[in-house]
Ligand binder design. Structure first.
Ligand code: ABU
Length: 351
């Protein structure tokens, strides 16, 4: 990896518990969001998380990677469009959700949470700079996020096979995609019990938009997993090198044979060993597998996750250990907090 964008937690605000947030967050956490939605996250945790992210940047630079950061934005302001209003934004902590790099193109994704509508503003200075340096800069149609994008009957029964996002307009998070050369894999979520489509932040309209936009040069494969609350593929099925994937044992992939036929190696990740403190406000503990590969032989991994480190060492991969305990509280690990902008190598086909 030559250049990376690392997000920041400064200005982070708890999103309001709108229906699309509710669909992605464990029920036990709903009271937290009801109480704090629209208010800043706990300052002591934010400060410690910010210090961890600074250290992460320092380590990346020490490994020879150029680090770029988004602007500091105050996400506590309320906003209103003709279609919706929310008491605040959220953060610019997770560039992996909003920025997708494909070749020399950087795509600013049409995310589905209303609290993330203006998140792009934190990245505009960087995007203008990349454009001046020759990048192709694309913004897909911005979702209007009115009532028609969400199915309000979603919570009438639990896991009822309904969609939280409808097909009214395209939406997707970049973190629902992973890329191996000419192939992109995208998560189309499934209900655990009824095995019907249950889209959370990425709908089929969004996937079709990407297929048509990228054209014949790339292949997009739709994947699904046993997952009751799917949001982002990178703590479920993570590519760590050409033909090598680490997989979440609790969320089996329904299309595993496709990878096996292509000769890929799939390694199950050991369970996380982290405690409940600092709190986990926005993700599962499977952030243990939300790692960042600097190249096929070096990985950034949590200093606490000894079993995961051992798994990498067995695969012949050197672990660079970093503490992200407080940063994890905001819902992301190394992969979520970063978007790799430039890597060495040529466009290959691994599939
Ligand atoms: N943004 C990644 C969250 C993944 C998880 O909760 O498992």
């Amino acid at each position: 990896m030559q250049e990376v964008i690392v997000g920041r937690v400064e200005g982070a605000t708890v999103p309001k518990l709108t229906i699309e947030v509710q669909a992605c967050i464990e029920k036990e956490l709903w009271p937290f969001y009801r109480q704090f939605g629209g208010k800043p996250y706990q300052p002591d945790i934010l400060q410690k998380a910010a210090a961890e992210i600074e250290e992460l940047c320092r380590i990346l630079e020490g490994e020879g990677v150029t680090v770029c950061r988004p602007d500091v934005v105050d996400f506590s302001k309320d906003y209103k469009t003709p279609d919706f209003e929310v008491p605040s934004g959220m953060y610019a902590a997770m560039p992996r959700d909003i920025l997708m790099v494909v070749g020399n193109e950087i795509i600013e994704t049409p995310m589905a949470w209303r609290s993330r509508f203006f998140e792009y503003t934190a990245y505009r200075s960087l995007l203008k700079e990349y454009f001046k340096r020759g990048a192709k800069w694309t913004t897909p149609p911005k979702p209007q996020m009115g009532e028609q994008l969400y199915d309000n009957s979603f919570f009438k029964e639990e896991y009822n096979g309904k969609y939280i996002t409808t097909e009214f307009e395209p939406c997707f998070d970049a973190a629902d995609f992973m890329r191996a050369g000419k192939d992109l894999f995208v998560q189309r979520s499934h209900v655990y019990i009824l095995v019907e489509a249950h889209e959370i932040v990425t709908n089929m309209f969004g996937i079709q938009w990407m297929k048509r936009h990228l054209g014949d040069k790339y292949n997009i494969h739709v994947l699904s997993f046993d997952d009751k609350r799917p949001m982002h593929i990178d703590a479920t099925f993570t590519m760590i090198g050409p033909g090598l994937i680490i997989a979440n044992p609790d969320k089996p992939c329904h299309q595993l044979s496709m990878f096996e036929k292509a000769g890929w190696k799939i390694v199950e990740v050991p369970r996380s060993v982290v405690s409940d403190q600092p709190p986990w406000w926005m993700s599962s503990k499977w952030l243990s597998m939300n790692v960042l590969m600097l190249d096929p032989k070096r990985v950034l991994v949590s200093s606490i996750e000894i079993p995961t480190q051992k798994m990498f060492e067995k695969l012949g991969i050197e672990c660079i250990k970093v503490d992200m305990s407080y940063a994890n509280a905001l819902g992301g690990g190394f992969h979520c907090y970063t978007t790799d902008v430039r890597r060495r190598g040529t466009l290959e086909s691994y599939f």
